[in-house]
Ligand binder design. Structure first.
Ligand SMILES: [Zn+2]
Length: 417
């Protein structure tokens, strides 16, 4: 799936109509959620059927294109499905931790019960294959549903000419602080060839660096993000102190949300470039499976983690991994910084201890570097092996006893009797 984005240029009246469409999509999503909460055993199919009820009951819901209504119901369902999925994962995780003897960390058990969406600047409505029409030259788009928002010019750096119209699977209208955008989701399987590099890499998210890899190389937090963070704080303070309902407040709010938009774009830019670079230079990338949203709550760590844009980076890492055929492995974060990457013994240390010193083998290494080596090791173990060694069914890899552990058992056959 490829996504193209273009800014929509139109009049203020047209934008107001887009707002109506977005509001209606939100109304349908929230109504579906309410319906699910009030009625036991409602599934995806029932929600989709509920759209027809809403359409009859509320005339304005009828204005929205029928496929866009369905898409809104699907959104409600995906929030519900994610909630179920999280519950299952947490139960599995708890069981796994109990087996491994890891401490039960309460912060992993918080599950996201689906919430009602409130009005906010960043919002969207999704059309599938109907409800809009692209012009012949693909420079304008016309929305043809009941809101009659009319034709918009498309402003974009790339153009849609390379693709067939039937490759466009979804069109999303996104409202941001600086305007309205159309996102075209194209059904294109992006695959790129690359030469195997023979390198494997483990990444550790640090407090002082953006990451440290298993070879000891570090990547710094981008300075411009730090700078932006300061001005975000300043703008936030101004908004806080302005009078409610005043013109100044609207002005400050607008400035703040534009700044947020700018920072998120900078963050994305940094993440995309770095992720592509990491993926292209190794055959396997391992990193910790951190729940960033939970870690941001921890105030001590919050600054560096939210700032470091780790989750955005990770998404792009996994995306490029698929494009270039590189394995990306998220490993459980337990004990990655405590264990010695040389002998495997546990060496407890506090957050402020920057150097790993092993009492058992005398191994000394930078804390993050040590963690990155552990992460790589865990990653390589997790990937598993898909060879055909045991295809015949007889397993002779006996550990302990007389069988030497380190020597390969292959090629050693019993002499024929
Ligand atoms: Zn050691």
């Amino acid at each position: 799936m490829l996504v193209f984005e273009a800014k929509l240029k139109g009049s203020i009246e047209q934008y107001e109509k887009l707002d109506e469409a977005i509001r209606t999509a939100r109304f349908i999503r929230n109504s579906c959620l309410r319906y699910w909460m009030d009625n036991k055993g409602v599934g995806k199919y029932e929600l989709s059927a509920y759209c027809a009820v809403l359409k009859k009951e509320f005339p304005f819901a009828n204005n929205l294109n029928s496929m866009a209504r369905q898409a809104s119901a699907e959104r409600a369902w995906s929030a519900i499905a994610r909630f179920f999925d999280n519950c299952k994962k947490n139960i599995a995780k708890k069981a796994e931790n109990a087996v491994l003897g890891f401490p039960q960390v309460e912060r992993f058990s918080k599950t996201g019960f689906p919430r009602f969406k409130k009005h906010q600047t960043h919002a969207s409505v999704e059309y599938k294959t109907t409800g809009y029409k692209l012009s012949e030259d693909r420079r304008t788009i016309t929305f043809t549903d009941g809101f009659k928002s009319g034709s918009f010019n498309l402003w974009a750096t790339r153009d849609l000419h390379f693709y067939q119209l039937n490759q466009i699977k979804r069109v999303r209208v996104v409202r941001r602080a600086d305007g309205y955008y159309a996102q075209f989701c194209l059904d294109v399987d992006r695959k790129e060839l690359r030469e195997p590099t023979g390198q494997t890499i483990g990444l550790d998210v640090g407090l002082t660096h953006f990451y440290t890899d298993s070879d000891g190389k570090t990547v710094e937090n981008p300075r411009h993000l730090r700078k932006s963070e300061k001005s975000l704080k300043r703008l936030g303070r101004k908004l806080f102190h302005s009078q409610k309902g005043s013109k100044n407040r609207i002005k400050h709010r607008n400035r703040l949300s534009r700044k947020h938009l700018k920072v998120s774009r900078q963050r994305k830019d940094f993440a995309v470039k770095l992720a592509r670079c990491v993926i292209q230079s190794s055959d396997l990338v391992a990193y910790e499976d951190l729940m960033v949203r939970n870690m941001v709550k921890n105030r001590k760590l919050s600054k560096s983690i939210s700032d470091a844009a780790w989750s955005v980076f990770r998404d792009w890492l996994e995306y490029f991994g698929e494009v270039f055929g590189v394995a990306t492995v998220a490993v459980p974060p337990h004990y990655t910084s405590a264990n010695c990457s040389n002998c495997g013994e546990v060496v407890k240390k506090s957050l402020s201890t920057r150097v790993h010193e092993c009492h058992h083998c005398g191994f000394v290494l930078d804390r993050d570097w040590n963690a990155a080596r552990n992460i790589l090791e865990l990653g390589l173990r997790t990937v598993g092996h898909t060879g055909t060694l045991n295809a015949s069914g007889d397993i002779d890899l006996c550990i302990g006893g007389e069988t030497p552990q380190c020597k390969p058992s292959r090629g050693k056959r019993k002499p024929k009797e």
